[in-house]
Design a protein around this ligand. Sequence first.
Ligand SMILES: Cc1cc2nc3c(=O)[nH]c(=O)nc-3n(C[C@H](O)[C@H](O)[C@H](O)COP(=O)(O)OP(=O)(O)OC[C@H]3O[C@@H](n4cnc5c(N)ncnc54)[C@H](O)[C@@H]3O)c2cc1C
Ligand code: FES
Length: 242
Amino acid sequence: MKNVILEVAYNKKVSNDIYQMRLMGDTRAIKNYDEFIEIKLDGYYLRRPISVMDFTDSYVDILYKVLGHGTKDMTSYKEGQKLDVLIGLGNGFDITKAKKPVLIAGGIGVAPLIGLAKGFIDRGIKPVFIYGARSKDDIVMTNLISEYADLKICTDDGSLGYKGNVVSFLKSLNLDFDYYYACGPQVMLKFLALDFKNGEVSLEARMGCGFGACMGCSIETTNGPKRVCKEGPVFDASEVIF
Ligand SMILES: Cc1cc2nc3c(=O)[nH]c(=O)nc-3n(C[C@H](O)[C@H](O)[C@H](O)COP(=O)(O)OP(=O)(O)OC[C@H]3O[C@@H](n4cnc5c(N)ncnc54)[C@H](O)[C@@H]3O)c2cc1C
Ligand code: FES
């Protein structure tokens, strides 16, 4: 973990309530996709945890959805603004586990999987990318994802792609895959893990410290309690007790 000051390079709206932000500075402490960062927002005591979507040694890209006051305030951040950020948090996906990967995203859970898809392309593997959301307006970054993956979309209301959730879509596709990587709402991950054990799920939890000190983000696993911020946010799908 490292505490750094990063500068907003851009902060642009990509849909009704989803924004893409690039933060520039010394980001060498980030080592893996779906590590997360914690941003200190002016006027708030607790930092906001956000997944790494993409990174180099000199910038990190994030995708965030406006949920409450903190993320709403973030939308007003302008180019050049300096932010106090903890980077290099959490474990990230294990890209070495799959030869025929499927990436499964629900809603804003798409963010870390975009970076992971890029990571697979760099290794000469084009993954299948299943992306589900409530409606077509919640589906973002499709051009970028299509550069890295075979993108398949579903929506709950049928306004784009297959009508239904990602789990029923995955079953209907009958794909030949050996391992999956998923990020999305807890209920989606739960039903996915019930039917498919061979994969990794990235969890969210309300966080206090964000680096393992307060136990505020503990979850139950078959190997005892674990902290989402420290031993996670990525866990083996078969070990999480939902
Ligand atoms: C490991 C991890 C990665 C995440 N990655 C992303 C991402 O890439 N993009 C994105 O849009 N969101 C992501 N989230 C969720 C994001 O942290 C919350 O949406 C955000 O903290 C909400 O803050 P707020 O002030 O707008 O909402 P408020 O509801 O006002 O927040 C109140 C408090 O609750 C916490 N909180 C609220 N919702 C969540 C939540 N779902 N998860 C964790 N803490 C929450 C806030 O951090 C804050 O401390 C991630 C969460 C975790 C734990
Ligand atoms: S948030 Fe403090 S231990 Fe995880």
